[in-house]
Every structure is written in C-alpha cells, then in structure tokens.
Design a protein around this ligand. Structure first.
Ligand code: BMA
Length: 313
C-alpha cells in the first residue's frame, strides 16, 4: 500500500474461492455471483454458471463463513426457461440480489439473453428454491440492473444500464408495481476519451445504503488494442433523490491484477455482482467474477471507502 493508491479492497489470500472444478455437475465456468445473507447468517451466492453449450443459468452456493465450506446446489437453482420465457432463449446471467423488507422477499434482477440481445428480468423468491418470475422489465439492450431495497417516496427504483450507441450510461427508473417502469432519469454518464470509465459503465453490486448516501460500486470498461479492461470505481448518490450524484471518484479503486483475474475465458475482468456487509456494519465482502471463469473475494472497510470518496475532488 502507498499513499497515492490506497488499497480499499484486499484480496483473500486463497483466491479464487469457487471455480468450475467445485461444481457437482459438469460446467465450463462460474462467475459474477449475486450475494445475500440469509436470516441464519449463512452467505448465499447465486452464481452465474456457464454450461458446456456456452449458455448460462444461476446456481446457489451457501457457506457459513462466506469464505469456504461451500454447499452447492446439485442442480441449477434457477435454470433458464425459454419455453415459458422466450426472452431467456440464450440463458440468464449476472444476478443482483436485494432483500426487500416490505415484501419479505428477495428480488433477483438478472440479464435475460434474448434473441435481440440482453434485457433485464426480475424474479422474487423467499427461499431460493421457488421463484416468481416477472419476465422482462427493461427491454434490450439493457443490463447491469438492481432494485433498491425500499421505495423512494411511493415508488420502487431500479438502476440499470441501457445501451444507446455510442454511449452506455447508468439510468434509474421508477415503478409503483415492479412491472410498469417510467420516470426514467440519467444517473451517471460514462466519461469520454482516455478515461478508465470512458464510453461504457454499469452498476456492479446493488447500491449500499449509508447515512451519507447510496454508495455505488460501478464498473468502467476501457477498450484497448489488446481487448477490454474491466475496473471498478465509486460514486455516492442522494438518499432521497438517487439520480443526484454527490461524489464520484476519479481513479479506479480495483482492477485486474492477479493471474486469476488476468487469464481466463475473458481476461482482465473483475466483475462483482454482490457484497455482504458483516454484522460489524463496516466490513464489506465483495464477491466478484475473475476473468469470466471463477469467483474471488475481496474485503474492505465501508468507513474507509466513504472517507476515500469524501476526499475526492
Ligand atoms: C459484460 C457482462 C459480464 C462479463 C463482462 C466481461 O458485458 O457480460 O457478464 O463478465 O462483460 O466479459
């Protein structure tokens, strides 16, 4: 660590924590997991699993300490269902989980890989065994979405990332019933030029509610002659008007560095879809896909992260 570039997230030394070899059935890769804490304190990861056709489904892995001893469902937990949901033709990907106290349910917002590209789908569950599918709630091309855990005023709020060439920016939309979405607002724009987060950004895990605002960990995609670099940055948004950006860090805070992040099906990618806040209210466990091949863990301090953001110009 040096003062120019403090390490806000420290990698777990036995990374990666989960890979295809751990799976109870034959798969190509496991990555980009959503995460939540179950009422008994168990950590649940809902992992994106790519099968040997190249199509993805979601599979739950549970651990008492959130680090090892993972119990993995023997079969896909949430398989794609193209027969009843044609939008899931080419699989489902990258889940973000939000516990919604008003509904006593978890909302899973995931990418449905439709014939016309990725769209955003929603399912609710109480137990990660039975799922109530809402189908597509944002039509293609759209992804990197998560529901906020409670209404803002009278309305549910969904953060998502529609693509409108040449830019891909983060938007927020509102709904009274989780089905009809409107009042679309631009939340944060990709920068331009040589920036690490130029042209294409997206929400990574669901936003983290803090007294200072909604803390957003987002990814920026830099196109280089050798391919894309996926890195993470931070921004803070107003609690009552979440499209209002209060702070945005200039530098990325986490990027591909270790061999397991640099080499894989898609190299130089770190892609978190979930976090767990430890019972101390400060320790943040970030679960991320590494190189679209495996799952890794990095840990930070919420206080430290907010302090860093506060000091940004
Ligand atoms: C994004 C998503 C992620 C993936 C990343 C890198 O567009 O599809 O699932 O991890 O690209 O390939």
């Amino acid at each position: 660590m040096n003062h120019q570039h403090p390490e806000l997230f420290i990698r777990y030394k036995l990374n990666p924590i989960l890979s295809a070899a751990d799976w109870p059935y034959a798969v190509n890769s496991v990555f980009n997991p959503g995460a939540t804490l179950l009422p008994d304190g168990t950590t649940l990861l809902l992992c994106r699993v790519e099968d040997r056709r190249g199509l993805s489904h979601l599979c739950a892995a549970r651990s008492v300490n959130g680090v090892d001893g993972w119990q993995i469902d023997a079969q896909p937990t949430l398989p794609s269902d193209p027969e009843h949901h044609p939008e899931e033709l080419w699989g489902i990907e990258d889940p973000r989980i939000t516990y919604v106290p008003e509904l006593h349910k978890y909302a899973i917002v995931y990418t449905a890989y439709t014939r016309d590209g990725p769209g955003v789908s929603l399912a609710l569950t109480e137990d990660f065994h039975h799922f109530e599918r809402f189908g597509v709630i944002m039509s293609p091309e759209d992804k990197d979405a998560a529901l906020l855990p409670h209404r803002i005023g009278d309305f549910w709020a969904l953060i998502h990332r529609p693509v409108s060439a040449p830019g891909a920016h983060i938007w927020i939309s509102y709904s009274s019933d989780l089905r009809q979405w409107g009042s679309h607002k631009l939340m944060m724009e990709a920068r331009k030029g040589g920036w690490w987060d130029a042209n294409k950004i997206g929400l990574s895990p669901p936003p983290i509610e803090t007294p200072q605002g909604w803390l957003v960990i987002y990814h920026g995609v830099k196109h280089t002659s050798a391919g894309c670099l996926y890195r993470l940055g931070l921004a803070l948004f107003d609690l009552h008007t979440p499209e209002r950006c209060l702070k945005r860090g200039n530098e990325w805070i986490f990027g591909p560095q270790e061999p397991y992040e640099q080499h894989g099906d898609v190299g130089s990618v770190v892609f978190p879809c979930g976090y767990i806040l430890a019972p101390d209210g400060d320790t943040l466990h970030l679960y991320y896909g590494a190189a679209d091949s495996r799952i890794a863990l990095a840990t930070g301090s919420l206080r430290g992260i907010l302090e860093w953001l506060e000091q940004q110009p």
